[in-house]
Design a protein around this ligand. Structure first.
Ligand SMILES: [Fe+2]
Length: 130
């Protein structure tokens, strides 16, 4: 858990605080509409779920820089944790596996400060296409 209302005491916490600040102050209605237009065309890249997970193997999430493992590992870790807690809810396991796949957009030039909104958009688009 992070206490973002306190002054950061080191460079990593300062980066995390800055990233969240930009995320929460730069997302206007106009921005959201422009991102729907940009990413809703599906003309950037086409990946399977497994390919997208592999793409995230070297992605460093600025909002969580203390994760010392690949973001793809985080996806499996999340899905397995959900399965342990809710073994009968296979839809929930899948949700845990794909919940961060929108971070792939960070590899196509999208600033990470925009990714919190875009993650939601991609998750919705993935669900529609599955
Ligand atoms: Fe995550």
């Amino acid at each position: 858990m992070r206490l973002l209302n306190q002054e950061p005491t080191n460079e990593v916490d300062a980066k995390v605080k800055d990233t969240y600040y930009k995320m929460h102050t730069s997302q206007t209605v106009e921005f959201v509409k422009s991102q729907h237009e940009k990413w809703g065309k599906f003309d950037t890249v086409e990946l399977t779920i497994m390919e997208a997970l592999e793409y995230l193997a070297d992605f460093v999430d600025e909002s969580d820089p203390d994760a010392q493992f690949a973001n793809s590992f985080h996806a499996y870790q999340t899905a397995e944790a959900i399965r342990a807690e809710y073994p009968e809810e296979d839809w929930f396991h899948l949700t845990g596996l794909i919940h961060d796949l929108g971070k792939v957009m960070g590899k196509y030039g999208q600033p990470q400060t925009d990714l919190s909104y875009l993650l939601l958009l991609v998750d919705i688009l993935l669900i529609i296409r599955l």
